[in-house]
Ligand binder design. Sequence first.
Ligand SMILES: *Cc1c(COP(=O)(O)O)cnc(C)c1O
Length: 355
Amino acid sequence: MIEEQALDYRSDTFTKPTPAMRAAMAAAEVGDDVFDEDPSIHRLQQYVARLLGKEAALFFPSGSMSNQVAVRVHCSPGDEFLCEAGCHIFNYEQGAFAQLSGVVAHTIEGNYGVLEPEQLHGKIRGGNDHLVNTRLVTLENTHNRGAGRIQPYETVEAICSWAHQHGLATHLDGARLFNAAVATGIDVGDWAAQFDTVSVCFSKGLGAPVGSALAGSRVAIAAARRHRKCFGGGMRQAGVLAAAAQYALENHVDRLAEDHRHAQALANQIAQVDGLSLQPAEIDTNMVIFAVDERLGTAAEFAESLAARGLKMLALGPTTIRAVTHLDLPNDGATRAGEILREVAEAKLGSAATS
Ligand SMILES: *Cc1c(COP(=O)(O)O)cnc(C)c1O
């Protein structure tokens, strides 16, 4: 019996390397990268620096590490950075900026992760022995908790130029920057141009098994290289991993448009199911977040019932579920997911009405 391909929408991190990507990994030339002698890593770093319009780039084992090293590059113990309240750096990296760097976060709540420039005004502290010194502003684009929202380009420009005028550094968590670029037609280099440092992930929608890069000036990346070693991120023959990332950049960027169409198709299905509501209603890229009406139980219970029918989605909060599209999902995924969502919701509404 041929099993139907599973529908795993929990995250775009569940993708597995394709046969062609594995072949590229197997063929990679390698060396000891702590000695800076891995040719595949050199090639990737130069490629990423050029794509993002920066002087240099550095390969990292994870996006969390590249973000946290960026915070360390820009801040010293007792410093503070400004960030959006739902961002990954603040919520999903164990407060590593505090644990590893002695740095404080000052959070500001955006609209589905999107900050307006005026929200930052007046937030800079320092110049007085009582206060922390604000040194850095971070943005996230696209925004994960914000359902893949794109921070609009004009606001990126306004926020970064305000930050630089006030002597603050800027870092972009661009784990899904390629999604923003494909969705808007604005080149990744233009999205990156305003920032001092930019991190990108290869292990999300791009489909590589591991890896991230941080790009910036030669000076910033030299400092990052030193901190990376301190954080345990010095790798040896990691060219096999860099080759996967290289393959992903060369072959899996343009196809992100398919993921965006898939997410829109899935959202259209969800919008028709009684008891489910999109949050937000507009789909920018490859994520869909929706709320589950209390008649259908908690988000965790609803997700469990979906999983029992072969549809995996992630319960984010007590009432919200996230679905992320990616290259390992089948073409008819949205239609099949829609059927399962409808059946499960109807079954729960039916039993709620008769109990
Ligand atoms: C996934 C992700 C990261 C990095 O996560 P790792 O699992 O450490 O690679 C950083 N920022 C955002 C917005 C992410 O979604």
